[in-house]
Design a protein around this ligand. Sequence first.
Ligand code: VNL
Length: 395
Amino acid sequence: MNKKRRLVGQAILAALAFPSSALVQAADTGPIKIGLILPMTGQSASTGRQIDAAVKLWVAQNGNKVAGRTVEVILKDDGAVPDATKRIAQELIVNDKVSVIAGFGITPTALATAPLATQSKTPMVVMAAATSSITQASDFIVRTSFTLPQVATPIADWAAKNKIKRVITLVADYGPGFDAEKFFDSQFRLDGGQILDKLRTPLKAPDFAPVLQKVVDAKPDALFVFLPSGQGAAFMKQFAERGLDKSGVKLISTGDVTDDDQLADMGDVALGVVNSHHYSAAHPSAVNKKFVEAFQAANKGMRPNFMAVGGYDGMRVIYKALETTKGEGGDKLLNAMKGQIFESPRGAVLIDAQTRDIVQDVYIRKVERVPAMGNGLYNVEFDVIKAVKDPGKQK
Ligand code: VNL
């Protein structure tokens, strides 16, 4: 074989071995593709609905052109089933030659896909899933949502400082639940509190009756709860049905439980629930007011929740990075995502260049009726812990 032939042969072999978006996109002047994988059906469909709406709002407000090229978002439904997420991601990377994969409604779907991001050098923007370890599963993962250690630690601290001494924890029985349980527990005990019991409910089709009976029997000062977005309303209903809202057991939680997607319809049982999170639709900033108004106008009045903001900010990170690389993907695109600082509807945020995780303010909020906002139920912020890094990475 002459030298030229050999080089061509090697190039073809390399392309076959690494059908990566970076290699293909470099020579391409066609559309830049973003593969958006979300649960549009099944138990986590509200997360898909919120993020999809936020991504569409971003594109409507910012246009579908970056660096002179058209941006195309390809939305796929994985039903929150990890095997489906992985198969869809593979197709998007190999067949559609996307520059970015994004979305990921629940932790198992993000973890199942992480190795593909690494192998193909495709930046993977996690807009929802919130187990601390996700960003360690691939160097190509950037997260724009939050982590459970980030939000569970501040509410433990608040509880200990507010005369709550004996707590039962209740979490969904998988990754983010384990994080919430562990980081609430360690902060609360460090502050001198006592954990009476640690309860868990299955991720799929949870029945809260048996665990709530344990709470009735043990009469703790407070029940701390983490459940994924979409389960809060069902939990609140059963909490009230058992009379727990009038029993003197205080309900405290992460903001996943008092989720803006469902909060308006939860009723009086939610009133007074103190919780911690990074986003409230009632966050009093000009940027947020504009975001909420535009989101509601485009979606028949639907109120954006923290998932929507994770999607909206994820698009910001992708667009800015594409501007920097002039549309190039791979390592360059990943590097351009690192270190971004901007004002999100939630407040100031940073994509930590070392961990690729989001650094953000965490708010302590109380559910109240807000006369200035149609007398609806909202998470009203009354305290803030500034620039919180994921405590899960500091162990
Ligand atoms: C996760 C974490 C999912 C928090 C959630 O809602 C949530 C996750 C669907 O990492 O699976 O609120």
